[in-house]
Design a protein around this ligand. Structure first.
Ligand SMILES: NC(=O)c1ccc[n+]([C@@H]2O[C@H](COP(=O)([O-])OP(=O)(O)OC[C@H]3O[C@@H](n4cnc5c(N)ncnc54)[C@H](O)[C@@H]3O)[C@@H](O)[C@H]2O)c1
Ligand SMILES: CC(C)[C@H](C(=O)O)[C@@H](O)C(=O)O
Ligand SMILES: [Mg+2]
Length: 371
């Protein structure tokens, strides 16, 4: 298949992990005889430094004309530590999501058999946990009107949702549940927030169209507790932008590290793939960042184009690396491997791999297969 992939490494560990996922995609390209073309562009703090704009026009245009975007991470302490900064790296990512219409952010989370002991959570609580979080990505409090009073003593962030925004995401989540364990959980704060009450009303109405899916509701505060107490209860989660951001970082503890959690952001026309973690500035240049989240995001990219067999080869290689303890230090304190070495190991496995059959256990969601 011919694919043009825009590569936006970004800041901090972004370039280090993205280098590995590009390497893996190139190995897949070679192994399966595809025709992948990669083009890099700047975004985030590095783009502010060079152009004054966290999302330069040329970067946005490249993303629009590409089949998919492979995104690293953005963010730099010089902005995190300056609340008065007029322009911020994060604005680049938020604008990109909005401009590309990426309303659904899909974050698969699961426990790995060989990492059960590694998680701070009790192994018997997390063994078998396997869920997908559908996070709304272009609305809510992130994108509402913002203001600070002239005296600087009061600030506002408006949270707005429309039925349309809720429905287009919830349809994807219901469909995902139909192909999985047929359970959908809406996470909200409907006991307090008007927007959450609209989510509950809208999703409840939609449930009639999906009679085979059982729908339940959790308030976000309780959900945050349930996520660590009994994560096996979750199948598909659907939630608004900010709750989804927070609950997915929390859920990464189940896998053993946020360095394992991949995501796909999709809209009607565009798709972007990125790890859920940030630029982990403390690790920049040290070769300690886990590249697996970025590599599994590349696997989701392949799934998006129905290259399920190829995506499966990547996931199998990752499973194997975990089994053999070929991991960065977040997963293996003793005898750990560098970012590059983990990438090299996976690349080697892919190049040597047999052509696999499509795993029938994979669950297809729209165009996408979710592990
Ligand atoms: N999508 C994004 O680009 C994105 C996401 C989250 C945060 N950020 C930005 O990143 C910067 C740092 O934010 P933060 O420290 O809150 O979050 P972060 O995700 O960068 O790091 C939080 C912690 O997670 C762990 N971690 C993250 N990535 C890892 C990896 N690949 N391997 C191993 N461990 C990893 C580290 O222990 C780290 O201290 C901020 O500027 C923030 O705005 C960007
Ligand atoms: C960097 C930030 C804007 C972003 C978000 O909150 O969406 C990040 O935390 C994420 O999860 O992708
Ligand atoms: Mg986040």
């Amino acid at each position: 298949m011919k694919l043009k992939i825009a590569v936006l490494p970004g800041d901090g560990i972004g370039p280090e992990v993205t280098k590995q996922s590009v390497k893996i995609l190139k190995a897949i390209d070679e192994r399966f005889d595809h025709d992948f073309e990669f083009e890099e562009a700047i975004v985030g703090a590095i783009a502010i430094d060079r152009t004054g704009d966290p999302l330069p026009h040329s970067t946005l245009e490249l993303c629009k004309e590409s089949d998919a975007v492979l995104f690293g991470a953005i963010g730099h302490p010089k902005y995190d530590n300056d609340p008065a900064a007029k322009v911020r790296p994060e604005q680049g990512l938020l604008k990109l999501r909005k401009e590309l219409g990426l309303y659904a952010n899909i974050r698969p989370v699961r426990a790995y058999e060989n990492l059960l002991e590694h998680s701070p959570l009790r192994p018997e609580r997390i063994a078998g946990a396997d869920m997908v979080i559908y996070r709304e990505l272009t609305g809510g409090i992130y994108f509402g009107e913002k203001s600070t009073s002239e005296d600087g003593q009061t600030a506002n962030d408006l949270c707005t949702y429309s039925t349309y925004e809720i429905e287009r995401l919830a349809h994807l989540a219901f469909k995902a549940a139909q192909k999985r364990k047929k359970k959908l959980t809406l996470i909200d704060k409907a006991n307090v927030l008007e927007t959450s009450r609209l989510w509950r009303k809208t999703v409840t109405n939609m449930a009639k169209e999906y009679p085979d899916v059982s729908l339940d509701f959790l308030f976000i505060d309780n959900a945050a507790m349930q996520m660590v107490l009994d994560p096996k209860q979750f199948d598909v989660i659907v939630t608004e932008n900010m709750f989804g951001d927070i609950i997915s970082d929390e859920a990464s503890v189940i896998g053993g590290s946020i360095g394992l959690l991949a995501s796909a952001s999709v809209g009607f026309e565009n798709a972007l793939f990125e790890p859920i973690h940030g630029s982990f500035p403390q690790a920049t240049g040290k070769g300690i960042a886990n590249p697996v989240a970025s590599i599994l995001s590349a696997a989701l990219l392949l799934d998006h184009f129905n290259l399920n067999r190829e995506a499966d080869v990547i996931r199998k290689a990752v499973e194997e690396s975990i089994k053999l303890n070929v991991c960065t230090q977040d997963l293996n304190k003793n005898n750990h491997y560098s970012t590059e070495k983990v990438g090299d190991f996976l690349e080697g496995r892919i190049s040597e791999s047999e052509h696999h059959h499509i795993n029938d256990n994979n669950l297809t969601i729209g165009q996408m297969t979710i592990i």
